[in-house]
Write a protein that binds this ligand. Structure first.
Ligand SMILES: *Cc1c(COP(=O)(O)O)cnc(C)c1O
Length: 450
């Protein structure tokens, strides 16, 4: 039986959506269906024809706007050739070209690309590679099996990534299933530790890392970090120089550095990769989300030649990386990713960002003055507005008040879609957003919080 989807009434769709689709990170007993049918540029249109400005890039993913003609065309053209080729022991030209582009583009030293299909998988891959590296490199260090990560880190929802992650609310339930990690406090610049000034913060947090490395480096395989900004934690922004310091310390203490750029990569912070801003080359780099411009699920873990070499050997030495994802490196996704990179060059996306970042900053400064707002912060095209109960003491709204969510619901009535992280409103629109559209978001937030 063939069923035209246009025959399904909005009521049917809403009912099936509520009862049959199990949504991510959503309390289904309270879920109100919101169904997007199409999109263009920075705008989403729902099944009732209402339009919303996509203020969060469809969760970090969209880069050049929805339905970008060039990315659309690249996917269509790939469809005319082949939709899927496995990466287990074989290849295809589009995936190869993407790997080559990523090697050219990424921080120096990263020359080998392992494809998967989600950010969590990209991190999982990096963690397993780091572990296996120390076991089987030419001078093995089998006791290096542990990981260092930051408090409130978020690296995805598979069990390895959750072990590395530190968002108690999401992760506590699964504690018995997780491996133990050495945990450092989040290098927060808004809520500083008592007695530590903003100027001292970087040295303070690096001092803690150094103390940990001094004691444990012999057992540590790698440190995993979200460079510059801890996204899901509520856009915790690191002091300038912190990432650079982390690289220097991990190198000095012979610990690998895994940079999880799943969120901050692909131009989001103003440079293609966040690591570039502190001139850092990690040993492993994870990318996903924006890599296909928000079109298809594709992720990559980039590794140095030093790591890659540890996995080479005769077949019966079992040095192979025994890990794979069926759709890893899928050619349709790779075609979308290549087109996304092409558009970066043709539209000079990064060169256009400073003026947009400045406009966003202008709005954030105005919003920061409102009594409901404790802090606004920005890194490139990530803006955050932290709502507090008390501006002086920085006392947060209790979680159950759902302050962020309420504000976002009101904003939706204004035609602006933002998704909160607890009490933090997040602005991270497609990089292609216009100045007028930034104004629309900024003015709507100001109006709603006034
Ligand atoms: C979203 C995110 C992930 C997980 O990516 P998925 O594609 O959702 O699995 C990992 N790390 C960071 C920093 C993220 O923001």
């Amino acid at each position: 039986m063939s069923r035209e989807n246009s025959e399904d009434s909005p009521e049917d769709l809403a009912r099936w959506d509520r009862e049959e689709v199990w949504h991510a990170f959503t309390q289904m007993s309270e879920y109100t269906p919101w169904i997007i049918e199409s999109a263009q540029g920075c705008w989403l249109t729902d099944i009732h024809g209402r339009r919303y400005l996509d203020g969060v890039s469809s969760l970090w993913c969209n880069v050049h706007g929805h339905r970008h003609p060039q990315v659309d065309r690249a996917v269509r053209e790939q469809l005319e050739r082949v939709a899927h080729v496995t990466s287990l022991g074989m290849s295809n030209p589009t995936t190869i070209r993407l790997a080559h582009r990523l090697v050219e583009l990424s921080p120096v030293g990263l020359q080998h690309v392992f494809f998967s299909d989600s950010g969590a998988s990209a991190v999982e891959v990096a963690v397993k590679m780091a572990f296996q590296y120390w076991q089987q490199r030419s001078e093995p260090r089998p006791e290096k099996t542990r990981f260092i990560a930051l408090d409130q880190a978020y690296h995805g929802d598979t069990l390895g990534s959750v072990s590395i992650g530190g968002v108690a609310r999401f992760h506590e339930m699964f504690r018995p299933l997780l491996f133990d990690v050495l945990r450092l406090p989040a290098p927060d610049t808004y809520r500083l530790p008592p007695g530590v000034s903003a100027d001292e913060a970087c040295d303070y947090y690096l001092g803690q890392l150094e103390a940990m490395l001094k004691e444990h480096h012999g057992q540590v395989a790698a440190m995993v970090i979200e460079p510059l900004v801890q996204g899901a934690a509520g856009m915790i922004m690191q002091p300038r120089g912190f990432l650079r310091g982390v690289r220097e310390l991990t190198r000095r203490y012979e610990v690998l550095l895994v940079a999880d750029e799943v969120a901050v990569g692909m131009g989001r912070t103003g440079t293609m990769f966040a690591c570039e801003q502190e001139d850092v080359s990690p040993d492993l780099l994870c990318v996903a989300k924006g890599i296909t411009g928000g079109y298809l699920p594709l992720a990559a873990t980039l590794a140095t030649t030093e790591i890659w070499r540890a996995f080479l050997g005769r077949y019966d030495e079992y040095k192979t990386f025994f890990h794979g994802h069926t759709y890893g490196g899928n050619p349709l996704g790779a075609a979308a990713a290549i087109a996304t990179l092409d558009v970066f060059e043709q539209e000079k996306t990064l060169e256009q960002l400073p003026i947009k970042m400045e406009r966003l900053a202008l709005h954030l400064r105005r919003i920061a003055e409102l009594p409901a707002v404790g802090d606004t912060r920005q890194c490139g095209m990530i803006g955050a507005v932290e709502l507090v109960r008390d501006k002086g003491t920085k006392e947060p709204h209790p979680w159950h008040e759902r302050r962020g969510m309420q504000v976002c619901e009101t904003l939706r009535g204004e035609g602006v879609w933002l998704r909160p992280l607890g009490n933090v409103l997040v602005v991270m629109p497609p990089l292609s957003i216009s100045l007028d559209e930034i104004d629309l978001i900024g003015n709507a937030i100001h109006k709603v919080l006034l």
